[in-house]
Design a binder for this molecule. Structure first.
Ligand SMILES: [Zn+2]
Length: 120
């Protein structure tokens, strides 16, 4: 597992750079960014169909001061070529799920990653 420390997104090992910010990935998982990484249990919210959507969820959670990170999976047939799961700590799960479900998925036009771009 590799991750982007800026965006807190985990990628597969064969991904070289973050598709959101273009920055280098480091070995490990975004979970290591949080103080209570080892003590708390992390759980998955509902999977979303694009990395863009996952970032929206992450930003909304951040506004509520809920720690989260993203696990990105390439090739899931999502809008930008990715599917993603937002991870939160167990005690925040109910609040986080409510926030996620209250968000409207982004339009195809708003995707931060262009699926037609050959660079990916
Ligand atoms: Zn990034």
């Amino acid at each position: 597992m590799r991750y982007c420390p800026l965006d807190k997104i985990d990628y597969d090992d064969d991904v070289e750079e973050c598709v959101v910010c273009g920055g280098p990935l480091v070995d490990g998982t975004s979970r290591e960014q949080f103080d209570e990484a080892d003590d708390d249990r992390w759980v998955e919210l509902d999977p979303v169909n694009s990395l863009t959507h996952a970032k929206l969820v992450q930003e909304a959670l951040e506004e509520e001061e809920i720690d989260s990170y993203i696990e990105a999976f390439y090739g899931g047939g999502g809008g930008d070529g990715y599917t993603a799961t937002v991870m939160v700590q167990e005690q925040n799960f109910d609040d986080a799920l409510e926030i996620q479900q209250g968000l409207t998925p982004p339009d195809e036009d708003d995707l931060i990653i262009d699926p037609d771009n050959d660079d990916f």
